[in-house]
Design a protein around this ligand. Structure first.
Ligand SMILES: *Cc1c(COP(=O)(O)O)cnc(C)c1O
Length: 360
């Protein structure tokens, strides 16, 4: 990641104050997140995984509660549920890589306490529909894994409009602090609980309300992220422009599926992820190898469905509802470089290299 002069400046200012924790910079970052997410509250924590675990705790999700998660996501989503002692009920995704909301609507969710939609690669799940399903059922809460989706919107909803949304500021995210996380919500009680939880369970000094932990973000981390928040719109637009050029130029190659983007969606393009299907002239892994040999930094996120590992296979807290498409997708996905520092020539070369591989 590139560190701008502005970031350097902001970090240096914090260092010069000598106040490296519990100062104003974290508060400013929280304010910037509340503005972006249009939520009343933002609570900074030390990473995105902590954000997920703490968010679940703040809405009282714990032992024996059932939490629905998608079969295709980063392991942190699953770990957060398991760490809370809850049961993870795994539901398949669709071709847009997102939780299958149609399936959710026909499942018996009478014992579901929480649904964790993951806005994978930066495209939001259909939160409007998920909220409707919640209203028409026993009423589960939602904790959105928005780690990749800062700047996203769908149907005029941003993550955290209902329930809670968790962001990550890990070094590779669109806006980063190195390590960091944020929880955005309009739920006053949950936000209040989280502010206390992250600080040893204290409301005021030595006024312990419940068992807490130290989940606080440092001032230095906040100073890395803060200047980027003002540029979020620009960063997102630059990524969207690169994505547009890929889509325009890669459409129509046999066995290469470009990403499905919904209408009324603002995609944050954390990743531009294509699929290499059996109609392609080669398999995904060969494509990855060829691209890397040409010096193009492609990635596979993620090579398996989330629970498809030995330690999770017979896990008593995991129930697999469906995962067929997730397994297939995991064997086909490749993400092309889409970050805002790519030049037009870089993007051109990615497109040319793909075409060369196809027409060899
Ligand atoms: C990055 C990420 C996380 C975890 O965030 P950390 O800050 O690395 O703990 C969780 N879920 C998804 C989908 C992510 O991409």
């Amino acid at each position: 990641m590139r560190i701008s002069a502005e970031i350097e400046q902001c970090v240096l200012e914090v260092l010069k104050t000598g106040k490296l924790a519990q100062g104003d910079t974290v508060k400013k970052l929280e304010f910037a997140f509340s503005q972006t997410s249009k939520t009343k509250h933002s609570v900074a924590v030390n990473n995105g995984t902590t954000a997920l675990v703490a968010a679940l705790e703040s809405v009282d999700i714990g032992e024996n509660d059932e939490v629905i998660i998608p079969a295709f996501t980063f392991v942190a989503t699953l770990n957060a549920v398991l760490l809370r002692g809850a049961r993870a009920r795994i539901v398949d995704v669709r071709d847009d890589y997102l939780l299958d909301v149609e399936q959710l609507s026909v499942l018996d969710t009478s014992s579901t306490a929480c649904v964790m939609p993951v806005h994978l690669y930066g495209q939001m799940c259909d939160m409007k529909r998920i909220n409707e399903i919640s209203e028409n059922s026993s009423g589960f809460t939602t904790v959105e894994d928005a780690a990749q989706a800062l700047g996203s919107e769908r149907d005029d909803l941003r993550p955290g409009a209902h329930g809670l949304a968790c962001y990550s500021l890990y070094a590779t995210k669109n806006v980063f602090s190195g390590e960091g996380g944020m929880i955005c919500t309009n739920n006053h009680e949950a936000a209040d609980y989280l502010r206390i939880l992250r600080n040893q369970g204290m409301r005021a000094r030595y006024d312990y309300q419940h068992i807490g932990n130290n989940y606080r973000m440092s001032e230095i981390h906040a100073a890395v992220a803060l200047p980027q928040m003002a540029l979020l719109e620009t960063i997102t637009n630059q990524r969207a422009e690169i994505a547009r050029r890929y889509t325009e130029n890669l459409r129509g190659l046999a066995g290469l599926l470009i990403p499905t983007v919904h209408e009324e969606t603002r995609h944050s393009w954390h990743q531009y992820t294509i699929r290499i299907t059996s109609d392609a002239p080669f398999e995904r892994d060969e494509f990855v190898q060829q691209m890397r040999e040409s010096g193009i930094d492609v990635g596979v996120y993620y090579p398996r469905s989330v629970h498809d590992y030995d330690i999770f296979r017979e896990h008593p807290q995991i129930v697999v509802e469906s995962d067929d498409l997730a397994r297939k997708i995991a064997s086909e996905v490749v993400s092309l470089p889409v970050h805002q520092h790519l030049t037009a020539a870089n993007v051109e070369r990615v497109i040319e290299t793909v075409h060369e591989l196809w027409h060899r």
